[in-house]
Unconditional design. Structure first.
Length: 342
């Protein structure tokens, strides 16, 4: 609001309105103020200009250096900074106008200072109320746009799921039959089918959720790791080092599986060059997925769909972003953990 491109026009109009309002209220006759119209109007204009511009500069500095995350707390702190600015501006403007135009003794400036202080703090209050209203209108519009975007993406995802959907009952029933048939011949095959069934069921259950407990996601990742180890024997090693205190935090569903798949897709995984993937939580309460970097020599053009999907879902659901870091030896993706609501 304070950076509005029409702010100088608004400042002139606001100062003129304030002057006319005080004139019609006969403030000068009531307080016996003997000042010409241009002297009074100049005071209104200077106070309005300096309060507005002071708040504009203060907002820019506060946004740059402040660590305040809550919008409400930011607006409150910003308002009190504006009050300090308006108080100082009011006093300095009266002293400056008096020095240039009025030349009144100091004891006659007490009343003008009080009136200027009252006007300065009131104009600051008015501007901050207007700023808060515009801020929440923008927030509301952004939330509506995000909701529409999330709805559109969700609709597209559901449409694709319908196109490629396998009837889950048919799948599970046939997996059970197949498990019965191979149980006596191959215990490993039976175990593989059971773990695959768990993975598939988790994907179906988590599909409709925006956030999921890290504990649930890790319970799902264990059978998924089993499947990977059968696909890539002695070629993939996954280390999970996450403390109990973080298991009640929330993340995007199936994000870990997608990141592990992404690591496997783009890196060599063999007995000679095993792929090591580590899952941990760093000091910033971010779940990190790190793998040693050994890119495939021949690789299809990467579309980055997996990372884009996770990044977009995090942005829409939580307002936070994932972090991606690539060094000469490692590829690291950090997912923000969300505290559960109490």
């Amino acid at each position: 609001m304070f950076t509005n491109k029409y702010r100088y026009l608004l400042i002139v109009l606001l100062a003129a309105y304030s002057y006319l309002n005080s004139l019609f209220s006969e403030v000068y006759a009531y307080y016996h103020i003997n000042a010409s119209w241009y002297e009074v109007l100049s005071v209104f204009f200077l106070i309005t200009l300096l309060v507005w511009e002071g708040n504009r500069v203060a907002e820019k500095i506060l946004k740059h250096f402040s660590q305040i995350q809550s919008p409400v707390r930011f607006l409150i702190v910003f308002f009190f900074i504006g009050m300090i600015i308006s108080s100082l501006v009011s006093i300095l403007v009266v002293l400056g106008v008096n020095a240039v135009l009025l030349h009144l003794p100091y004891d006659q400036l007490k009343l003008p200072m009080k009136l200027a202080f009252t006007y300065g703090t009131r104009i600051n209050l008015f501007l901050h109320i207007l700023n808060a209203v515009l801020f929440y209108i923008d927030q509301y519009k952004n939330k509506q746009l995000e909701a529409e975007e999330l709805k559109r993406i969700s609709s597209q995802a559901q449409l694709e799921a319908i196109k490629n959907q396998i009837n889950p009952h048919f799948l599970f029933n046939n997996l059970n039959v197949l498990s019965t048939l191979v149980m006596q011949e191959s215990p490993d095959a039976n175990k593989f089918i059971e773990e695959f069934s768990k993975v598939y069921r988790h994907v179906l259950d988590a599909r409709q959720q925006e956030l999921i407990l890290l504990r649930s996601e890790l319970e799902f990742i264990n059978p998924y790791i089993f499947l990977l180890q059968k696909r890539f024997p002695e070629s993939i090693f996954i280390d999970i080092n996450i403390r109990e205190e973080y298991l009640s935090y929330l993340i995007i569903p199936v994000a870990l599986q997608m990141l592990v798949e992404n690591a496997i897709k783009h890196n060599i995984a063999s007995r000679q060059k095993p792929l090591h993937i580590a899952l941990s939580v760093d000091g910033k309460k971010r779940l990190t997925v790190m793998n040693n970097l050994q890119p495939k020599i021949v690789e299809d053009g990467s579309t980055q769909i997996g990372l884009q999907n996770i990044s977009k879902r995090y942005e829409l659901v939580t307002g936070k972003t994932i972090e991606i870091e690539k060094t000469s030896d490692f590829f690291i993706v950090s997912l923000p953990l969300m505290q559960p609501e109490l």
